[in-house]
Write a new protein. Structure first.
Ligand code: SF4
Lengths: 89, 359
C-alpha cells in the first residue's frame, strides 16, 4: 500500500492524468498537486491513485552524475593501485 | 524504466557497500520505519551486503501492522449492517479480527469491495445512493491526503452516503516513542513517501532532542545503500542531523497543497499502535466540519470484545526488539495464506517480507 511508482504523464484531462509505467497505463488524480506544476512528459510519483509529487529531473540527473563520478573515481583508483602495485586506501 | 533501473545498478550497490565497510567502526542499529523499506531491504538482500557493525531493524512502518484489532472488529461490525458497503485497500481484507476477518465476512455475503484508490470508493458511493459506503482509511501521511481530498469532494458534491472510518496515523510520535522506551537505535532511515508529503521538518526534534540522525531515503537498492552510508557518516563523525537522500522526490518543504488538505479535514488525536500502545497526537480524526462523512460519528455499531492472538509477537517485532524468526508460530502456524498476526498479512509487514524473501 505504501508503494509508490514513478510514472510518465502522457495526457492531462482536467484534474487527472493518464500515466505510463513500463508498459502499463494508469489514471492518476492531480488534485494533490498545483495544476501549473505538471505537464505532459513530466514524471510524477503515484500513490493510491494520486500523483503526490513531481520528480525533479535536474536533481535526478545530478544524483546520477554524482553516482557516476563516484564510480569513475573508484575505477581510476583501482587502476592506479594496479599500475603501482600499492594500496591507496 | 526511467527513475528505476539506474537505481538498481549492482556495481554502485557494491561500491556503496565497500564505502560503508571502510568507514564503519561503531556497532550501530539503524531503523527503517516504512513498509516500503522493509520490503526492498529484504527483496534486494541488503543485510547481507553490510559489515557486521551495521544492523538494520524494522520499525512500526507498516500501517496494516500497527492498526488495532479493535479497528478490524469495528470494520467487521460495519460490514454486517445491511445498508453498508465497505470499500478498502486490499491489504486489510485478510487481517484477522478477534473472531472473523473481512475476507470471511465477504464469503458470508457482506458487500466488501477492494479498491486501489479512495476515489474508487467515491464512485461506488455515487452509484449506490441507497447504501452507506464506508471507506477504511488506514495509512500514514502519504495516504491520508487522499482520504482528505475524497472527503472534501464528497462534501462539496453533497455525497452524503460516503464515509471514512479513519485509522490514519502520523509517524513522528512513534519514532520518538521508540527512543523514549529505550529501544537501541542509532539512526533512522526516514520514510521517503511520508516525507514527500510532510517535508523534513517533522523530524527536526529527533537530532535536537535525542541526538539521532534521520536520512530520508528512497526505495531502490542504491538509494537505501547511499542512505545507510550517510547515516554511518553522521554517526562516525558525531553529527546527527536530518538529511534527504531521496532528493529527486522529497522537497525540504514537502507537498504543501497536500499538507493543507490534511489540515483542513483532520485534527490530531491520541491513537493506539501495536507494540507501542496509545501515543499522544499520533492519530488523525476527522474534524467536526466534516463529521457528516465520519463513520465513527454517523454510523452506530456494537463491536465485539477484542481478543489478541496468543503467541504472536508482532508488537515486539514492530519495535525492532524481536525478529520474525524469533516467533514460534512463524512459518508453521502463521503463514501469509493463513496469518495469525497482522505482520504476516501485508507484504510490507516484517513477517510477510521475511517469509517471502528469506526462507
Ligand atoms: S509470525 Fe505471525 S504470529 Fe508470529 S509475530 Fe509474525 S504475524 Fe505474529
Amino acid at each position: 500500500m505504501c508503494l509508490s511508482i514513478p510514472a510518465r504523464v502522457d495526457e492531462i484531462e482536467g484534474n487527472s492524468a493518464i500515466c505510463t509505467v513500463g508498459n502499463s497505463s494508469y489514471k492518476a488524480s492531480l488534485e494533490l498537486l498545483t495544476p501549473e506544476e505538471v505537464q505532459v512528459g513530466d514524471y510524477v510519483l503515484i500513490h493510491t491513485g494520486f500523483a503526490i509529487q513531481k520528480l525533479d529531473e535536474v536533481d535526478a540527473m545530478e544524483t546520477l552524475k554524482t553516482f557516476n563520478d563516484f564510480k569513475t573515481l573508484n575505477e581510476q583508483m583501482d587502476q592506479e593501485e594496479k599500475d603501482n602495485n600499492t594500496h591507496l586506501i | 524504466m526511467k527513475y528505476i533501473d539506474e537505481y538498481r545498478d549492482k556495481g554502485l550497490v557494491r561500491l556503496f557497500a565497500e564505502e560503508i565497510k571502510k568507514i564503519s567502526t561503531k556497532h550501530v542499529k539503524l531503523m527503517e520505519v516504512c513498509g516500503g523499506h522493509t520490503m526492498s531491504i529484504q527483496k534486494f538482500g541488503i543485510p547481507d551486503l553490510l559489515p557486521s557493525t551495521v544492523e538494520l531493524i524494522s520499525g512500526p512502518g507498516c500501517p496494516v501492522c500497527v492498526t488495532s484489532r479493535g479497528y478490524i472488529d469495528q470494520a467487521i461490525a460495519y460490514c454486517r449492517l445491511a445498508d453498508v458497503i465497505i470499500a478498502t485497500y486490499g491489504d486489510l481484507i485478510r487481517v484477522p479480527g478477534s473472531t472473523s476477518s473481512l475476507e470471511k465476512e465477504r464469503a458470508l455475503g457482506a458487500d466488501i469491495r477492494i479498491v486501489y484508490s479512495v476515489l474508487d470508493a467515491l464512485i461506488i458511493a455515487r452509484e449506490n445512493r441507497s447504501k452507506k459506503v464506508v471507506f477504511l482509511g488506514i495509512g500514514f501521511e502519504t495516504t491520508a491526503p487522499g482520504s482528505a481530498a475524497a472527503i472534501i469532494k464528497a462534501s462539496m458534491a453533497g455525497l452524503r452516503n460516503f464515509y471514512v472510518y479513519s485509522a490514519h496515523k502520523v509517524m513522528p510520535p512513534a519514532m520518538e516513542a521508540l527512543i523514549d522506551e529505550g529501544v537501541q537505535i542509532n539512526g533512522y532511515l526516514g520514510p521517503g513517501h511520508v516525507s514527500t508529503i510532510t517535508g523534513e521538518k517533522i523530524y527536526y526534534d529527533i537530532p535536537k532532542k535525542y541526538g539521532l540522525g534521520v536520512v530520508i531515503s528512497g526505495f531502490e537498492p542504491v538509494d537505501v545503500m547511499q542512505s545507510i552510508l550517510m547515516l554511518v557518516q553522521q554517526i562516525e563523525s558525531n553529527q546527527p542531523k536530518v538529511e534527504i537522500q531521496y532528493t529527486r522526490v522529497v522537497k525540504p518543504e514537502g507537498n504543501i497543497k497536500a499538507q493543507q488538505m490534511l489540515e483542513e479535514v483532520f485534527e490530531p488525536r491520541d491513537d493506539w499502535w501495536r507494540g507501542l500502545g496509545v501515543l499522544k497526537d499520533s492519530g488523525l480524526k476527522i474534524r467536526e466540519n466534516y463529521q457528516a462523512h465520519d463513520a465513527e460519528k454517523m454510523i452506530e455499531v456494537v463491536v465485539e470484545k477484542t481478543i489478541e492472538p496468543k503467541g504472536c509477537i508482532c508488537g515486539l517485532i514492530l519495535k525492532g526488539i524481536k525478529k520474525p524468526k524469533d516467533c514460534k508460530l512463524f512459518g508453521t502456524v502463521c503463514t501469509p495464506s493463513d496469518p495469525v498476526g497482522s505482520c504476516m498479512v501485508s507484504n510490507e509487514g516484517s513477517c510477510a517480507a521475511f517469509y517471502m524473501y528469506n526462507r
